[in-house]
Design a binder for this molecule. Structure first.
Ligand code: 13P
Length: 251
């Protein structure tokens, strides 16, 4: 069986000002430095204005930094957008793309997400491409079909296990406290694993993260599910104790 190192990613979303972000990031970097060898890689994705100061605060630690979005364009007259090169300039190795909140709040579709991922790859970033069904789609028995469509549309040509991570985040489980059962997660992750064949080079080595109300009390159970290669954590990533407890539940 392929062994894939777990990735525990914190998506801070639109939370925290500079002092909060610096305190959280420094705390996590300190824990990671003191932990020695770990069974996981740890990533934080703060809001854009915090990237440079947080990068300084975690310099020299193994804590990785990522953005929460990037533009498909490299530079120019695109007010409010952030280019992939601006993320790498700020010390990012990762970027989250196609999060359901961006799909819903900003009308982002699969083609745009694929273009963003291609631009991120061109800049050497690892794209974390998010997919997941809504509650009504799940109730209608369409979870796998929705995820298949999103994967087909949002993974760009040139995606490899080294430059692309998939995050399965059922929309109904995000920020609701409702977590998918390990059996739901096992089934969708197995489906995603099969679907990645032919879309991602070295598909068997690609990481598939689960996201949606991951917390210390359910992390060990979820992280032990086959084809779950880590977590994309929202609310619980804003508390160092909780985020660390989730990470250290990885075996
Ligand atoms: P919660 O962990 O707050 O449910 O958020 C999940 C998420 O959307 C991470 O990207």
């Amino acid at each position: 069986m392929t062994t894939r190192r777990k990735l525990i990613a914190g998506n801070w979303k639109m939370n925290g000002l500079k002092a909060d972000g610096l305190a959280l990031a420094s705390d996590l970097a300190g824990r990671l430095n003191g932990a020695g060898a770990t069974a996981f890689d740890l990533l934080i994705c703060p809001p854009f204005p915090l990237l440079f100061p947080v990068a300084d605060a975690i310099a020299g630690s193994a804590l990785a930094l990522g953005g929460q979005d990037c533009a498909a364009k490299t530079s120019g007259a695109h007010t409010g957008d952030v280019a992939p090169a601006m993320l790498t300039d700020a010390g990012c190795r990762y970027v989250i793309l196609g999060h359901s909140e961006r799909r819903a709040d900003h009308g982002e579709g699969d083609a745009l997400i694929a273009a963003k991922a291609a631009a991120a790859h061109a800049q050497g970033l690892i794209a974390i491409i998010c997919v997941g069904e809504t509650e009504s789609q799940r109730d209608a028995g369409q979870a796998n079909a929705v995820v298949s469509g999103q994967l087909a549309g949002s993974i760009p040509t040139g995606a490899t296990a080294a430059n692309t991570v998939i995050a399965y985040e059922p929309v109904w489980a995000i920020g609701t406290g409702k977590t998918a059962t390990p059996e739901d997660v096992r089934a969708v992750h197995a489906h995603i694993r099969a679907e990645l064949e032919g879309k991602i080079v070295d598909a068997g080595a690609a990481k598939i993260l689960y996201g949606g109300s991951v917390k210390p009390s359910n992390a060990a159970e979820l992280m032990a599910v086959e084809n779950v290669d880590g977590a994309l954590v929202g609310g619980a990533s804003l508390k160092a104790d909780d985020f660390w407890a989730i990470a250290t539940s990885c075996r």
